[in-house]
Design a protein around this ligand. Structure first.
Ligand code: 5GP
Ligand code: MN
Length: 362
């Protein structure tokens, strides 16, 4: 299946295989909702708390696209502190951002990016009831909230869905839109390393690169630049990593934690902890890896990864969160050790049996 012919981005965009994505009716409803915006109508773009590259990139890229369509009253926001992590502070479209506390209360259209459930939207969730709401997402665990669902679990990033909707609206890619969508795509595919990196993903990357964006400079800024204090912090946090070879039916679990005191001692902001999971998951002896990051008194943001033996989204959902089969998270409570024990207790139930039909595919 391909997109409607005549998309402004040239060649028809290939839909990824797998099904379960938006229907033609869903796309038509989303396009109609944007096109029927009254003159001077207010559009609110929202994404999930603690926004990552996909949340911010798909939201801002789409916002810039709406601006090209002539939409003037446009705001983008996310719940929680309005701080944009340093690596994203040069993204195009940042001028669209307003703090959640000042976001328009009665928009005429809402678009929501990369949020699998309403719990990821904090106090912004009330906006979903006040206007037509288009939900762009790619989490299999999406709870189908909001009115118009553009949810494609086969999409590598929410920006894949955003690019398709822009094409259907006739918005051509330009350099600024492309940079946002590229950051989103590169973030969620682990810089094009993960299995969801299909030919269609590289074709999309090719369309984005064709606008003239500089992948080396973007990657250095987003992934490869951190303050020196973060390097010292990584050393400490990695040195306390624990390997539990018996976890997950002998597939093994490796985990570590970082406290708010660790951050304060090294003068660092929470965003610097995000890449730690990529170092921890290198441990060959473990299928499952976790980083438990303190966000408050007895409260932790948990990142989990699997190499394939465990569906960590099942663990996350069981513990109140969500995500994907190989990358998921939740908010943990108690001590870091208690959070790790809670994960361990869920691992056996989340083992993927390769013999069972109907298990999530690779
Ligand atoms: P990360 O570890 O990179 O923060 O998140 C990995 C995946 O898990 C992402 O797809 C993200 O959306 C999901 N995720 C992380 N934390 C949470 C959470 O607290 N709740 C839910 N529902 N999903 C989460
Ligand atoms: Mn995403």
């Amino acid at each position: 299946m391909t997109d409607a012919p005549g998309g402004a981005n040239g060649a028809a965009l290939a839909e990824p295989p797998g099904g379960g994505g938006p229907t033609e009716d869903d796309w038509a409803a989303a396009v109609a909702a944007v096109r029927s915006l009254p003159a001077g109508g207010r559009v609110l773009l929202i994404c999930h708390v603690n926004p990552d590259g996909d949340a911010l990139g798909s939201m801002l890229g789409f916002g810039l696209g709406l601006r090209r369509l002539g939409v003037r009253r446009l705001e983008a926001t996310f719940p929680g502190p309005p701080e944009v992590p340093e690596p994203f502070r040069a993204l195009p479209g940042l001028d669209l951002l307003v703090p959640a506390t000042r976001a328009v209360a009665d928009p005429d259209l809402v678009l929501c990016f990369d949020a699998a459930s309403e719990s990821r939207l904090g106090g912004l969730v009330d906006r979903l009831d006040r206007a037509p709401a288009i939900v762009l997402d790619h989490h299999a665990s999406n709870t189908r909230f909001g009115g118009i669902h553009l949810v494609d679990p086969a999409a590598a990033a929410t920006s894949v869905v955003a690019e398709r909707l822009l094409a259907r609206l006739g918005v051509p890619l330009d350099r600024e839109i492309a940079e946002c969508l590229y950051v989103a795509l590169a973030t969620d595919t682990g810089s094009f390393r993960f299995d969801m990196t299909t030919p269609a993903v590289h074709e999309m990357a090719a369309r984005l690169l064709a606008t003239g964006i500089r992948p080396g400079e973007i990657s250095r800024r987003i992934f490869d630049t951190r303050p020196f204090g973060a390097i010292r912090l990584y050393g400490e946090v990695l040195s306390r990593a624990t390997l539990d070879p018996a976890a997950a039916g002998g597939r093994g679990m490796v985990w570590t934690y970082a406290t708010q005191d660790d951050l304060a001692r090294h003068g660092q902001r929470p965003y610097v902890l995000e890449p730690l999971i990529d170092s921890v998951r290198c441990a060959a002896e473990a299928d499952v890896s976790c980083v438990v990051k303190q966000t408050g008194a007895g409260e932790w943001a948990v990142s989990m990864r699997s190499k394939g033996a465990v569906d960590v989204s099942r663990v996350a959902v069981a513990l109140g969160g969500g995500g994907h089969r190989l990358a998921a998270g939740f908010t943990g409570r108690g001590t870091a050790q208690e959070v790790a024990a809670a994960i361990r207790d869920e691992l056996d139930a989340a083992l993927i049996d390769p013999e069972l039909p109907g298990q999530p595919g690779a």
